[in-house]
Design a protein around this ligand. Structure first.
Ligand SMILES: CC(=O)SCCNC(=O)CCNC(=O)[C@H](O)C(C)(C)COP(=O)(O)OP(=O)(O)OC[C@H]1O[C@@H](n2cnc3c(N)ncnc32)[C@H](O)[C@@H]1OP(=O)(O)O
Length: 407
């Protein structure tokens, strides 16, 4: 490992970095996709691991902004993480992440995040699954059975090229309501959400965007979806995103999706775990959760900065003993004093009320995991009874965190 050095990959090195990435991800994309990846990497921090002049590892990070309870934070979002098969398990990834954490600290970004290719990789680096997603299927061969009355205002299909303008402001409001959401710029909308051909399934239609509310009214909800029909299976509506102001608006959008002619299945990937659909659908055989997966993995690079940046639902005054084997500045006992008015997190010699690993604190940070659940799983130790309950009341968010932008 002494022979490997970590330094920025210059713009002229992006093609080489992509070749390494295609090698490790077993890909051979067309020119258009290569150009797209090139453009993405140009906008990223790019840390390379070099043995002499040979690039043997790459970590890139988008300079995204992610919503946290009560606000948002700059957050390097890791992507294209690749180590040459000839250099694996020699600490190359570990070295690149150490470099990335050092830069995040220097840049004042208290958290970092990623989507993991394999669950087993990132816990040891202090990342915890902070948002979860559900895969949901609706059998739409029969009318969607609902327990509430859908909003009867008109639905309209809009031109996807108009969607960033029509939906951008609305989406930003949803980011404030749910932690874990990425701020989307115009290019991200167009290239990740509204691109003509789906990256993974070229049989899918171009994106369709349906909005509830007349053109002269504010948007009350929307859905982005694609369709596919085949001779051997019911036609598919693949739902990419659905947001709604009220349950009635959500019901109207789900009913629309489930009643599109020549289709018999709605499949939604990455729905929030607390999607109200599960309560207002009248037939749970018709609406089924078919999978659950960790979505955004978060690293509290600067625990103090991260905790002080979020809002708190209830008062709490406890000493946390945080274990962090990679970033010593986070390690040890700190007094967390938080309330809806604000939060301080100061080093202390007082005895600990609760001991936990930084990866598990990260899983709780956006409100998606309870510290009481960590206790039940044997992952945290409560030294003062009632600490986990008090901490959970303070960490509580009205809606569960949710991330659907995969990067
Ligand atoms: C955000 C993203 O981009 S996710 C994409 C991640 N990339 C991939 O999956 C592409 C294919 N894989 C690779 O390129 C590499 O194997 C990587 C990046 C996953 C790991 O890189 P390496 O340089 O081998 O990791 P490194 O040597 O630093 O490993 C550190 C520790 O993690 C462990 N580890 C690394 N990869 C894995 C894995 N896939 N599964 C389980 N453990 C792993 C190592 O065993 C090691 O453990 P130790 O500290 O107990 O010895």
């Amino acid at each position: 490992m002494e022979s490997v050095q970590f330094r920025d990959i210059p713009e002229a090195g992006i093609d080489r970095a992509l070749s390494l990435s295609y090698l490790v991800f077993h890909e051979n994309p067309e020119d258009e996709k290569r150009k797209h990846h090139h453009d993405l990497l140009r906008g990223c921090t790019r840390i390379g691991a070099y043995e002499g002049e040979e690039l043997v590892g790459l970590v890139a990070a988008f300079p995204f902004t992610v919503s946290v309870p009560g606000g948002e934070l700059p957050c390097p979002c890791l992507t294209f993480v690749s180590v040459a098969p000839t250099h694996r398990r020699r600490g190359v990834l570990s070295g690149m992440l150490a470099e990335l954490f050092a830069r995040a600290t220097a840049d004042g970004a208290p958290i970092a995040a990623l989507w993991a290719s394999e669950d087993a990789i990132y816990g040891r680096f202090g990342f915890g699954p902070a948002t979860l997603g559900h895969t949901v299927e609706v059998d739409s061969r029969r009318p969607l059975a609902l327990r509430i009355t859908p909003d009867d205002r008109p639905l309209r299909l809009i031109d996807p090229s108009d969607a960033p303008g029509v939906l951008g402001e609305y989406y930003d409001r949803t980011r404030a309501e749910r932690a874990g959401r990425i701020a989307r710029g115009e290019a991200w909308w167009r290239e990740e959400w509204l691109v003509e051909e789906d990256e993974e399934d070229d049989e899918l239609s171009p994106p369709r965007v349906v909005v509830l509310g007349a053109p002269d009214e504010p948007v009350a909800g929307y859905a982005i979806y694609r369709t596919r029909t085949r001779d051997d299976a019911p036609g598919l509506v693949r739902l990419d995103e659905l947001e709604a102001d009220t349950p009635a608006v959500a019901a109207a959008l789900w009913r629309y999706l489930a009643s599109i002619d020549l289709t018999g299945l709605v499949r939604a990937w990455g729905r929030p775990v607390d999607d109200p659909l599960h309560l207002f659908s009248a037939d749970r055989d018709q609406v089924r959760v078919t999978g659950e997966f960790p979505a955004l993995w978060v690293r509290l690079v600067d625990v103090r900065g991260a905790l002080e940046a979020r809002s708190w639902a209830a008062p709490v005054d406890v000493v946390l003993d945080v274990r962090d084997g990679r970033l010593p500045a986070n390690e040890g006992r700190h007094r967390l004093t938080a309330s809806p008015e604000g939060c301080t997190y100061e080093r202390t010699e007082d005895p600990a009320d609760l001991t936990l690993d930084v990866r598990d604190l990260a899983a709780c940070y956006l409100g998606g995991t309870k510290t009481a659940a960590l206790l039940r799983a044997g992952l945290a130790t409560e030294h003062t009874p009632g600490t986990a309950a008090a901490l959970d009341a303070a960490l509580h968010t009205a809606l569960l965190p949710h991330t659907v932008d995969e990067f």
